[in-house]
Design a protein. Structure first.
Length: 235
């Protein structure tokens, strides 16, 4: 776990709230463990941090899976519930979701972000919230993945939100390879506030500008902390 100096200072301020945007999803988004498990290093370092995880609605329709996510403090990622959760404290979300799991490739940090703005809109619409980029270096290398039947699987994911990545880990099982993961928590991005004369917020222009700033910050974070030659793709 690595935090920038600005991130450490911000997280020590008990009055601040954050939207932690986590990348990449990989087959399993391991960096989420830093926020969902109370014994994780991040939660031990900042015990005052109240964090709720957002999870795809379909996960709450699956028996057993639903109970696991509820026990870890996750809630449905629908806008209404996300807004309510942010009123109570900080939230964390793996923004690429199942689409990002489908494009996971060893050796490349592939992030689905070009058209993902909902988490930014949510943060901008809530006063006093900062946006924090989080990268899990090594997440994409935990499993070997395959592109078999890729066209059909991507169609299924887009049309029915059912992701079926084809992968394996050690001994051709779901056990991940023993790859070190470095979770980088970047500088909080202070968001513009709603102008007094603006009836609707955020505006399209303001949202697009913050989105562009966020992508630039994410690229800079990856460039500073990723191993030499490590490729970042934003799609």
């Amino acid at each position: 776990l690595t935090l920038t100096d600005s991130a450490k200072a911000a997280l020590n301020d008990q009055k601040r709230k954050f939207v932690f945007a986590i990348h990449p999803h990989g087959i399993h988004c391991w960096p989420l463990n830093m926020f969902s498990f109370t014994q994780a290093p991040l939660r031990k370092q900042f015990p005052h941090l109240i964090c709720t995880g957002l999870c795809a609605s379909i996960m709450f329709m699956l028996p057993v899976v639903r109970e696991v996510f509820i026990s870890l403090g996750y809630v449905d990622a629908s806008r209404k519930i996300a807004e309510k959760s942010l009123e109570l404290g900080s939230i964390f979300v793996c923004t690429g979701g199942e689409r990002e799991a489908m494009v996971t490739t060893v050796g490349v940090d592939r992030i689905v972000l070009k058209n993902r703005k909902g988490f930014i809109r949510l943060a901008m619409a809530t006063p006093g919230v900062d946006l924090v980029p989080v990268i899990g270096l090594g997440v994409s290398d935990l499993y070997t993945t395959y592109t078999w039947f890729e066209t059909f699987r991507i169609w299924l994911q887009r049309s029915a939100s059912i992701a079926i990545p084809i992968f394996h880990g050690r001994f051709f099982t779901p056990l991940p390879y023993r790859i070190p993961i470095n979770i980088i928590i970047g500088d909080p991005i202070v968001l513009p506030t709603k102008p007094a004369d603006q009836s609707q917020w955020p505006t399209t222009d303001a949202l697009d500008q913050v989105h562009a700033n966020y992508i630039a910050a994410l690229k800079d974070l990856h460039r500073k902390y990723a191993p030499p030659g490590r490729q970042l793709e934003i799609i």
